[in-house]
Design a protein around this ligand. Structure first.
Ligand SMILES: [Zn+2]
Length: 338
C-alpha cells in the first residue's frame, strides 16, 4: 500500500485520539480570523512565518501562548471547535479526549463558566451532526505553579460539565516537576476525575516515576524517556499504564528523538507496553493522525495487523465505559476490510 492508499483505507476505519491539544487544532485560516477579530487588520506574512518558526519545546510553547493571546472573547472558541470538527472528520476519528488549557484565558479575563458553556454547545452539536464523541481534559498547567493549577481545578469542580472528565499536566516539564502538583491530583482523583500527565517528553525517566508515584497518573503523555530505564519499562508493562505516543511532535522538538525511525514506540510495543498513537499538536507539527499511523507503518515497520492493534489500543486505553470500548473495538474489526 502506498501512502495515499494507506490513508484512504485508514480514514474509513473508526479511530480514537487521546493526546490532542484543542488550541493546536486551529489552522492558519482560523488563526488569521482570531487575529483580525483582535487587531482589526490582516496578519502579515512575516507574522505568520514568525509564529511557526521554533525548533524546541520552549519555542513551541511560546507560539502556543501567542496564539492564545489572539483570542478576543469566549466566542472565538467557536472557531476552534469548528476546526476541531473538520480535523476529526478528515481523520475518521469517532472518539477523542482533548486537552484545553484555561490559564491564559482566565488571565485575559475570560470567565470559566462562559467558556464551558460554549464548549458544551459545540461538543453537543458535533455529536448530533457527526456522531463523534468529544471529551475534554483540563490541562491545569505546570507552567504557572501549583497554586494556579489548584485554582483551575477548583473551577472544574465548581462548574461541573459532563464533557470535562479529568485533568492533565502540560507545559514546560523541566520547570514544573510533577511532584509539586501532587495536591491537585490527589484531590481530583478523590473527587472521581480522571488524571493523566505529560512526562518523560524532555526530562528523564525520573519525571515518569514521579508522575506514577506522586500523581498516580492513569496515562502518561509521551513517556519516551522510559526507554532509558529498564525497571520503569517493566513497571509500565506490569501496571498496564498506557503511554500516549506522539512521534512527529517528539522529532520536532528533537530533545530525545531525532528521527521517526529511532522512536522508542517500536521497542515499547515489542516489549508489550500499552501504547496509543496521537498527534499532540497537529497544526504546529504539520501532521495528522493518519500521517502518524503511516509513519508507524513506513518508518517503524508496524505491519497492518499491528496497525490494527494500535488503532484498537486507543479505544481500549481511553476513558470510555467498558461496554463502549467493546463496541468501538468491534467497529474497527468490522471496518477493517483489506
Ligand atoms: Zn501534549
Amino acid at each position: 500500500m502506498n501512502k495515499s492508499e494507506f490513508k484512504t483505507f485508514l480514514s474509513a476505519v473508526p479511530k480514537a485520539e487521546l493526546h490532542l491539544h484543542l488550541e493546536a487544532v486551529i489552522t492558519i485560516s482560523g488563526i488569521k480570523k482570531l487575529y483580525k477579530n483582535k487587531f482589526g487588520k490582516e496578519m502579515t506574512k512575516e507574522e505568520q512565518k514568525e509564529l511557526f518558526s521554533y525548533n524546541d519545546l520552549n519555542g513551541f510553547i511560546q507560539s502556543f501562548l501567542k496564539i492564545q493571546g489572539m483570542y478576543s472573547s469566549v466566542n472565538d472558541f467557536k472557531i476552534v471547535f469548528d476546526e476541531l470538527e473538520k480535523y476529526l472528520v478528515k481523520n475518521g476519528i469517532t472518539y477523542t479526549e482533548v486537552f484545553f488549557a484555561p490559564t491564559a484565558f482566565l488571565k485575559m479575563g475570560f470567565k470559566y463558566e462562559d467558556m464551558v458553556k460554549i464548549f458544551h454547545e459545540k461538543i453537543s452539536k458535533i455529536k448530533e451532526k457527526r456522531g463523534i464523541t468529544v471529551k475534554l481534559l483540563m490541562d491545569v498547567s505546570r507552567t504557572f505553579g501549583c497554586e494556579n493549577a489548584m485554582k483551575n481545578y477548583n473551577l472544574l469542580k465548581e462548574f461541573p460539565c459532563e464533557d470535562i472528565i479529568g485533568i492533565g499536566l502540560g507545559g514546560a516539564e523541566a520547570k514544573g516537576p510533577a511532584k509539586e502538583y501532587a495536591p491537585v491530583y490527589e484531590q481530583a482523583l478523590k473527587d472521581g476525575f480522571k488524571a493523566v500527565a505529560h512526562a518523560g517528553e524532555d526530562v528523564g525517566p525520573e519525571s515518569i516515576w514521579d508522575s506514577i508515584n506522586f500523581l498516580h497518573a492513569q496515562r502518561i503523555g509521551h513517556g519516551i524517556t522510559a526507554i532509558q530505564d529498564e525497571k520503569l519499562m517493566e513497571e509500565i508493562k506490569k501496571t498496564k499504564l498506557p503511554i500516549e505516543i506522539c512521534i512527529t511532535s517528539n522529532t520536532f522538538t528533537k530533545k530525545i528523538v531525532q528521527k521517526a525511525k529511532d522512536h522508542p514506540v517500536r521497542a515499547f510495543y515489542d516489549k508489550g507496553l500499552p501504547v496509543n498513537i496521537n498527534t499532540d499538536d497537529p497544526v504546529f507539527f504539520k501532521t495528522t493522525l493518519l500521517d502518524e499511523f503511516w509513519i508507524c507503518h513506513k518508518d517503524l515497520n508496524f505491519t497492518m495487523d499491528e496497525i490494527k492493534d494500535l488503532v484498537k489500543n486507543s479505544f481500549r486505553q481511553s476513558f470510555m465505559s467498558e461496554a463502549d470500548k467493546k463496541k468501538a473495538v468491534k467497529s474497527v474489526d468490522d471496518a477493517w476490510q483489506i
